[in-house]
Write a protein that binds this ligand. Structure first.
Ligand SMILES: NC(=O)c1ccc[n+]([C@@H]2O[C@H](COP(=O)([O-])OP(=O)(O)OC[C@H]3O[C@@H](n4cnc5c(N)ncnc54)[C@H](OP(=O)(O)O)[C@@H]3O)[C@@H](O)[C@H]2O)c1
Length: 247
């Protein structure tokens, strides 16, 4: 990742944080996007710089076009043109039966998820296309390919994200830009801290590798796909679930 500039959305915590740290350890200069957790984002930047890396904390709501454009302009001015976008920002959603959903809360998840990928891709792609080089990795979920009770909004939104990635990969491949999906299974982060321990243990037991994921497990696959060694990989959906989802 030496001499590469990476932008990771939602990098103040969880999977984004682990990804930003790993990319930086491998030599990338990393923009650590955050929304509300400024001190956590600054702590990620401090950890990276203390280890000898380059990083910058940048605030933006990934669902807001103007904020995303301003963030990318800031990153390009401070670090350089973005070579790698990891679209990871976590868009919250209620977990409940379909019959209890109001359209507004369902819609907020769908539009939030799609706005974040749409705006971040629109902000970085013109430069990538011009340079005929770039990589975009969208963080989806294995729940885009299988269901779980209560997760209808998340599954539907992440399926839209997957379809968006396939279409975009088709469109920008001729310009040397790769677009892929990394789809985590259950991963131990703040987003899943509410799940009962027995349920997490049960899901871990169901996986051939006999555990649930840590954020670093997902970060490792993002690094592998981002690497130039994966230069002929685009439009792919890579589940990272210890074998629980096999395609
Ligand atoms: N954890 C899992 O089991 C799991 C499984 C499958 C897929 N995923 C996906 O993995 C990604 C990361 O999830 P996670 O578990 O690491 O979440 P997390 O630990 O809860 O962290 C969420 C991150 O997203 C950021 N964020 C939230 N809303 C944002 C917004 N509007 N704009 C910019 N950043 C925003 C947060 O920033 P602030 O704190 O600064 O607001 C934080 O850095 C998500 O796309 C999620 O859907 C997670």
């Amino acid at each position: 990742m030496k001499n590469k500039i990476a932008l990771v959305t939602g990098a103040s915590r969880g999977i984004g944080r682990a990804t930003a740290k790993l990319l930086a350890a491998e030599g990338a200069a990393v923009a650590v996007n955050y929304f509300q957790s400024e001190s956590a984002a600054r702590a990620v930047v401090d950890e990276i710089t203390q280890a000898g890396g380059r990083a910058l904390a940048v605030r933006a709501d990934a669902r807001d076009e103007a904020q995303v454009r301003a963030m990318v302009a800031d990153v390009e001015q401070s670090l350089g043109p973005v070579d790698l976008l990891v679209a990871n920002a976590s868009i919250g959603f209620p977990v409940k039966p379909f019959t209890q959903f109001a359209w507004g809360e369902f819609e907020a998840k769908l539009t939030g998820e799609l706005k974040s990928i749409f705006f971040s891709c629109q902000a970085v792609l013109p430069g990538m296309i011009e340079r005929k080089s770039g990589s975009i990795i969208a963080i989806s979920s294995t729940l885009s390919r299988h269901s779980s009770p209560g997760f209808i909004a998340h599954s539907t939104a992440k399926s839209g994200l997957d379809a968006f990635v396939r279409s975009l990969a088709e469109e920008v491949g001729p310009f040397g830009v790769r677009v892929n999906v990394v789809a985590p299974g259950l991963t131990l982060t703040d987003a899943t801290a509410w799940l009962p321990e027995e349920q997490k243990a049960m899901i871990g037991e169901m996986a051939p590798l006999k555990r649930v994921a840590l954020p670093e497990d997902i970060a490792g696959v993002v690094l592998a796909i981002a690497s130039d060694h994966s230069r002929f990989v685009t439009g792919c959906y890579i589940p990272v679930s210890g074998g629980l989802l096999m395609l």
